[in-house]
Design a protein around this ligand. Sequence first.
Ligand SMILES: Nc1ncnc2c1ncn2[C@@H]1O[C@H](COP(=O)(O)OP(=O)(O)OP(=O)(O)O)[C@@H](O)[C@H]1O
Length: 606
Amino acid sequence: MVDLTPKQQIVLATAGHQLVTGGPGSGKTTVSILKAAKIAREMLKPGQRVLFLSFARATVSRVLEAIDEEKDVSSDERSRIEVDTYHSFFWRLLKTHGYLVGLPRRISILTPPGEAIALAAIRREYGPDKKLDEAQLAEKRAREKAERDRLAFAEGKVCFDLFADLVARLLEGSAKLRAMTAIAWPCIIFDEFQDTSADQWRVVKALGDRCTLIALADPEQRIFEFIGADPARLDHFKAAFAPTFTELGSDNHRSKGTDILLFGNELLTAKFSKAEYSGISFCLFPSNRNQAYAALVTQVLQARARLIATGRRDWSLAILVPTKRKMRLVSDILRDPFGNVPTISHAASIDMEGPILGAEVIAQLMQQERASDDLDQLVHLICQYLRGRGGSDPGKGDLGDAVKLESALAKWNERIAGGQAPHANSVIHPIAAVLSATRQVVMVGDPDKDWIAIRATLADGACTRLRAIANDARNVRLLERGNLMRNTLEQNWRERGRYSDALDITRLAFVQDHFATAQRPETGVIVMNMHKAKGKQFDEVIVFEGWPLRVGKEIKANPDRIVRENKLEGDLSQARQNFRVSVTRAKSRTTVMTPKDDVCVLLKSD
Ligand SMILES: Nc1ncnc2c1ncn2[C@@H]1O[C@H](COP(=O)(O)OP(=O)(O)OP(=O)(O)O)[C@@H](O)[C@H]1O
């Protein structure tokens, strides 16, 4: 076992509500696991468990792994610590008790792609948030909320955004339910408490009525302000529960022996005390696409070689970038680096709306139904893809395109019904051609191969939309050996001689995947948005940002920067915290890559 610090020992010894704060790697997670085991050992009655709640599934996997590695936690204690995400815990409560707040008895989850489709029209009407004034933004939010409520209460389709509010209503309204929850989970640990939203805080408050609460937080790692995390949240907790407050401070166990945390902390104030920091390296690259990506690929290959040389199999290297767009670009480059560099195998934690909806199109085509409305169904799914792939910010072109496709299909069907040939220039032609090509694909009963065969038919076909779908669907990793979707598709083939239920199986697999907590933490090379890195740890981290595009000497655009446009103006505290979180995810080394002629403003001394 690790030798706990005196502060960690206080946490272990203290009873009642607690607030534990500390910087990255200060040992909050570790001590809370030992605390949970102690409670399991000393206080729980049969059937009771300690609940550990976290925001992200990847954190859940990390916690489960840490529990497994903790030699001082017995297997009985282990089985009495339940680690879950807020989403999944809330969903369990809603499924069983949701009717108490007026939800239909049968409810289902409206997944993010489904929600994006349902809200696309409203979102399009208002345009992107950044172009709205406060009143318009409030109006847009209110309309989105009303539609989400309608979907939940009238149709029983509940989207993730509503979970916390509904559970809060449930618990606030029922002392009996609060008591029942406290019987099942007398102690609840909240990870990353600084990021609790207003509705989640209502849930925490209601639970604290009967349960013992332990909140773990690092105020400086607060990066979810844009979705309602409140800087005063820790004070709310102190005021509501008078918890014992332990500050683990800036102890650093993650990257001991390096200056990674020191550098991370100094990023917050822009006062740099050293010329060189052990564990931190900088790579300044020229501001052009070829040289920037060549520099990145070189850094990735070098880091990978260092990690492979350790002989460990579970090494991890994260490439953290500021925007979604950059994540896609980097992922594309690694998949197909220039020159004779072979593909760099990696996982990209990109937004899944596009890939999921793309996967639905492929699944539908795998069914090879040969039904009379095949074409209609395919066009419908393409339209769903177009409406949903932009997530919370649907593209104007995409929505217009969906409307155009639908009306072209209506005309196509009208002409056929009237005994006429469809117009020669109809946009439906290439879709119909690809559909007919997919029908010729001979399925072999291996879901992986068959999936790829259909995807290749789309990728090689004449329809640009389906080509985009094929490309997006490459990001789907649900068909890996031994996973549920693959097994279910295999079973479907065995039982029916074809993939008759591929679409349903695919949809279900994504919902299950969202709640699955058993997956291991990410290993290998991972490309990730900086915002998503919170709570994670990797052996090495590369932070890679965009560069300015110049015409002559003048900067015309400066996309994908850690600080918007790389300008030192306005409140930069969120950007600083975000940068610090990214830098401090590494155990042994962080490489910061920034353009030579326009170095990240946060790296300049104050
Ligand atoms: N007292 C200790 N002595 C030595 N190592 C420790 C100690 N406490 C924790 N560690 C190790 O340090 C690393 C970081 O700890 P942990 O994950 O608990 O930090 P954390 O505060 O939860 O970090 P973050 O907020 O960044 O997620 C882990 O690998 C853990 O095993």
